[in-house]
Design a protein around this ligand. Structure first.
Ligand SMILES: CC(C)(COP(=O)(O)OP(=O)(O)OC[C@H]1O[C@@H](n2cnc3c(N)ncnc32)[C@H](O)[C@@H]1OP(=O)(O)O)[C@@H](O)C(=O)NCCC(=O)NCCS
Length: 207
């Protein structure tokens, strides 16, 4: 099982190349400290619509610096999609290995017992010009592979998904997430909890 420290020491072990059918080559890899400037560019370019659907503490260089400073210090693993050859960051895929009491309570109400030995939280954000092109779906198996390497077997949505975000809901559904329940945000809006069960990988020694 991989630890966050081991990943930070050798981020390239998780790097994968992928190609969107209508775009340049992309590299999927962990965020590194050298990414601060490009990450600030990514955050700063997010439209107000994207910021409403996927909220960060800030969208400037200081916010990017904070995310880079957090590498291997807490429970988070942040992965990026980097466009080749521009080096532009066009996606941020966030995993948290910690659960909140609110997550645990909501899922318990839905009859699901969450545990930090099995579950992790996931939140994806693509650059505006990369949304709705199937890139999120290309990345999903790569995220699942990382989650397995971290020793977890289920993924829940980090903070849920807003009920008025039909593209994200469709995206999660088609990638195997199932709806678990709904809850009301502090502003009165509705969000959905969704969960992905990672099926066990086939046994290589099997028939
Ligand atoms: C959510 C997100 C990661 C999904 O990645 P993506 O690459 O855009 O998604 P995909 O293209 O793989 O899938 C989107 C699906 O939604 C469908 N879709 C698009 N707009 C839709 C709409 N208004 N209503 C219903 N379905 C819609 C697409 O047709 C596609 O389904 P299909 O392949 O069956 O045709 C990305 O859109 C994103 O970053 N959005 C902004 C931030 C965000 O919402 N993050 C998630 C917070 S929970």
């Amino acid at each position: 099982m991989l630890t966050l420290t081991e990943i930070a020491e050798n981020p390239l072990r998780l790097a994968r190349r992928l190609k969107a059918h209508d775009g340049p080559e992309l590299v999927f890899r962990p965020l590194t400290r050298a990414d601060t400037g490009h990450l600030a560019g990514f955050l700063g370019a997010l439209s107000s619509a994207s910021r409403r659907l996927s909220t960060f503490d800030g969208y400037d260089l200081a916010a990017a610096q904070e995310l880079c400073d957090a590498i291997a210090r807490y429970d988070k693993l942040r992965l990026v999609l980097e466009e080749v050859p521009s080096s532009r960051i066009v996606g941020l895929l966030e995993l948290s290995l910690a659960l909140t009491p609110a997550d645990i309570a909501r899922y318990r109400d839905a009859g699901i017992r969450l545990a930090e030995t099995t579950d992790c939280r996931f939140g994806p954000t693509l650059a505006d010009d990369y949304q709705g092109r199937g890139v999120g779906t290309l990345v999903c198996p790569l995220v699942a592979e990382v989650v397995r390497l971290l020793g977890r077997t289920r993924i829940i949505l980090w903070g849920g998904v807003r009920a008025d975000n039909p593209r994200a809901i469709r995206h999660y559904e088609k990638n195997g997430f199932r709806p678990v329940g709904s809850f009301t945000e502090a502003d009165g809006s509705l969000s959905l909890d969704m969960m992905l069960d990672l099926s066990p990988l086939p046994d290589p020694s099997g028939p």
